[in-house]
Design a protein around this ligand. Structure first.
Ligand code: G6P
Length: 368
């Protein structure tokens, strides 16, 4: 087992640091200049383009990856995307139509709720697409078509490299579906460029490791941690909080910053740490005003911002800043999650919990 961990203490740590490589393998052979080539999808693109709706279905981290993909999927395909947690779709027996494309996202391809939701979508006549890390999995076999994310085997129960590879794979799917649209040509080219740059930028973000360890030290005794995001990074807030919750065993909630004044603001005091994601994108000025409102209530703030923005986003140096490199806005979630993965990892080690096998959790939940 130690051989498989290489120079790392834990699989989660290894898998976090592997991301420049796993993202490279996700993209390998699939980006050709201004084109995206996805062998497992190409014969079905016409049908998908004619869908009335795309429904993303998954559980846990895979659901969060789909949520991160939703904004650019809608932008690049022009098709409305709705989100379903697999168990909730089944509980409601929510409507799925023949004109729908249902996209199932699952690292293992064996999660029971996701597979039962797949049966349900197949019965209802939807076009079913699988996004998985596991060749030959039930999901890969039972969907009409799909894409393997090729992130390599993930052993840590908390998903890390599969999350970023799922987002990148889904960005390539969105590019492929939307490649007949002239209006988005420049944007598509910018995203393809952004994808090629991503592994290098991930390498840079990973240098925040010791900074995130310091931050973890300062949070070691906290009872709770909030993460506020919006737009492209709403999913980052949910996924960052999920990582902290599942491995560091600390209560943590990811929240939509736009909802802050409708409840969460009541929690703000000088003790509760709050991470605000405020990297540069169309929501930046709204996040600046969130920071000001939290600051006015003496909130204990940690702000994730773009390189060079620390002094301007932190009012009078009153908060801690995490600076990350900037990428094409819709790919920023791939970079922004990494400091939060590192934070969850270090918090877990410092608090003395099992990183790779958190209590009560399983890598793949194969029963309902
Ligand atoms: C379990 C794992 C999570 C994972 C979820 C979905 O809860 O602990 O890390 O995100 O299942 O798994 P899947 O294999 O479908 O992505």
């Amino acid at each position: 087992e130690q051989i498989k961990k290489g120079n790392y203490d834990h699989f989660m740590q290894k898998e976090i640091h592997e991301q420049p490589h796993s993202l490279t393998t996700t993209m390998r052979g699939r980006l050709k200049d201004s084109d995206v080539v996805l062998g497992g999808l190409k014969d079905h693109l016409r049908t998908i383009r004619h869908s009335r709706r795309i429904v993303f279905i998954g559980c846990g981290t895979s659901y969060n990856a789909a949520l991160a993909a939703r904004p650019f999927f809608e932008e690049l395909t022009g098709i409305p995307v709705t989100m379903e947690i697999a168990s909730d779709l089944l509980d409601r027996q929510g409507p799925i139509y023949r004109e729908d494309t249902a996209v199932f996202v699952s690292q293992s391809g064996e999660t029971a709720d996701t597979l039962i939701a797949l049966e349900y979508a197949l019965e209802n006549g939807a076009m079913c697409v699988g996004i998985t890390n596991t060749v030959g999995s039930t999901l890969a076999r039972k969907t009409h078509c799909g894409v393997h994310i090729n992130a390599g085997c993930e052993i840590g129960v908390a998903s890390t490299k599969a999350y970023t590879s799922q987002i990148v794979a889904m960005s390539m799917v969105a590019l492929a579906i939307g490649d007949d649209r002239i209006s988005t040509r420049a944007r598509r080219a910018a995203i393809i460029n952004g994808l090629s740059d991503l592994p290098n930028k991930v390498r840079k973000v990973l240098k925040l490791d010791s900074e995130m360890r310091d931050l973890a030290e300062s949070l070691i005794d906290s009872e709770s941690l909030l993460v506020f995001g919006r737009g492209y990074n709403y999913a980052t807030a949910l996924e960052g909080a999920l990582k902290v919750k599942e491995v560091a065993l600390m209560h943590s909630e990811g929240m939509l910053a736009g909802e802050m004044k409708h409840g969460p603001l009541a929690l703000v005091d000088e003790i509760l740490p709050i991470i605000v994601i405020a990297t540069r994108d169309a929501c930046f000025s709204k996040q600046q005003s969130v920071i000001q409102q939290l600051h006015a209530r003496k909130g204990r703030l940690i702000v994730m911002c773009s390189e060079g923005d620390a002094s301007s986003v932190c009012p009078s140096g009153s908060c801690r800043a995490i600076e990350v490199p900037q990428s094409e806005d819709c790919l920023q979630p791939v970079l922004n999650i990494i400091p939060l993965q590192l934070l969850a990892y270090h918090l877990t080690v410092l608090r003395g919990y099992d990183v790779d096998q958190p209590r009560n959790l399983a890598k793949s939940v194969t029963t309902q």
